[in-house]
Design a protein around this ligand. Structure first.
Ligand code: AHM
Ligand code: MG
Length: 322
């Protein structure tokens, strides 16, 4: 079994990733995943799911492990020497490590340190989601390096803390999954992941059905229609990264439609939707905000929200035809 490290050494990588420090950056993120996974195994003792009494930029309650994971990622990514800065779902502004132009290619990392963190106290899966973009050599870091469209992503992934912990990592043309073994090392367990083209699972919070645009209502009605030759299952954990992972492996579609209260959608473009869409596209699936692919949206702000549908090719096409 290839370790994550051996896999990185053996993969065919684009010229831009030739410099060794990019892989060090990935190792540092994986290291955070190992540490967060350990902490989660003991969350009941550590009260990691408790609120720390502050709200983040999204006006959401910050939990203890949100903060721990966020700080860990900031520090470990800096250690790699490969990143000029980071942006986090938990922080209002970018965090700059170095504002000076570099003589070699550098990177920025955007992350949701702990997606679905309200699930911690009920022991349901949560995850760390990240994407990495290049800062060309000779350019000093600015906000524009963070606000790049999803099609510019160099690498994206997530670490899912479920019944096992798995790191799923994608670059253009390939997606691979690495299970965290009992010796604390990520090892290749899911080689070259391709998502099924057709599937019969949909994931959505249906409580908002009456506040959705017509196309989403029609699609979900079609899934459950008695005339439908296939019987669909609805599966929704309330942790996007976990719902996404199930659908990636088994096929399915994840929906977070706009509602009358949140007409621009609720999930975050930069920290959740772009990285997961990038992975989905490399695995043969699709994503959309019902106007364009999520990867073609030109981001305007760090904490931009979007509606999203991500999943198997046939199901996205069906949704778009509604
Ligand atoms: P978070 O990043 O603050 O944890 O919030 C995002 C989560 C997604 O993972 C999940 O799909 C969604 O919020 C659940 O929202 P809802 O309870 O509206 O269905
Ligand atoms: Mg999140």
């Amino acid at each position: 079994m290839l370790t994550f490290s051996e896999f990185l050494q053996s993969r065919k990588k684009p010229a831009i990733l030739e410099q060794a420090s990019y892989d060090v950056l990935l190792h540092q993120i994986a290291k955070c995943g190992q540490e967060i996974s350990l902490q989660l195994r003991r969350s009941g003792f550590l009260q990691l799911g408790q609120a720390v009494g502050i709200a983040n930029v999204q006006s959401e309650e910050v939990l203890a492990l949100d903060l721990i994971a966020n700080n860990m990622l900031i520090n470990e990514i800096e250690q790699s020497g490969a990143a000029l800065g980071i942006a986090s779902e938990e922080m209002e502004d970018i965090h700059v490590y170095s504002a000076e132009a570099s003589e070699e290619e550098k990177f920025v990392v955007l992350f949701d340190p702990l997606d679905g963190s309200s699930n911690i106290e009920v022991l349901a899966p949560v995850g760390t989601i990240f994407s990495i973009y290049a800062v060309p050599k000779g350019e000093a870091l600015t906000l524009k390096h963070f606000l790049q469209a999803g099609r510019e992503v160099i690498g994206a992934g997530y670490i899912l803390y479920g019944s096992s912990t798995m790191l799923v990592y994608a670059e253009k043309g390939h997606v691979n999954g690495f299970t965290l073994d009992v010796d604390g090392i990520f090892k290749l367990s899911h080689e070259n992941i391709q998502t099924p083209k057709t599937a019969h699972t949909f994931s959505v919070n249906q409580a908002s059905y009456h506040r959705w645009p017509e196309a989403f209502k029609k699609f979900v009605d079609w899934c459950g229609s008695i005339d439908n030759k296939k019987v669909f299952s609805q599966r929704y954990i309330g942790s996007m990264v976990a719902d996404f992972h199930r659908n990636l492996i088994k096929g399915g579609i994840f929906l977070y439609p706009p509602t009358t209260e949140t007409p621009k959608g609720r999930l975050r473009l930069m920290y959740e939707c772009i990285p997961l869409s990038f992975i989905q596209h490399q695995a043969g699936g699709l994503s959309t905000d019902m106007v364009q692919s999520i990867l073609d949206i030109e981001p305007k702000e760090l904490h931009q929200r979007t509606s999203v549908a991500i999943g198997s090719y046939d199901l996205i096409q069906k949704l778009l035809s509604m």
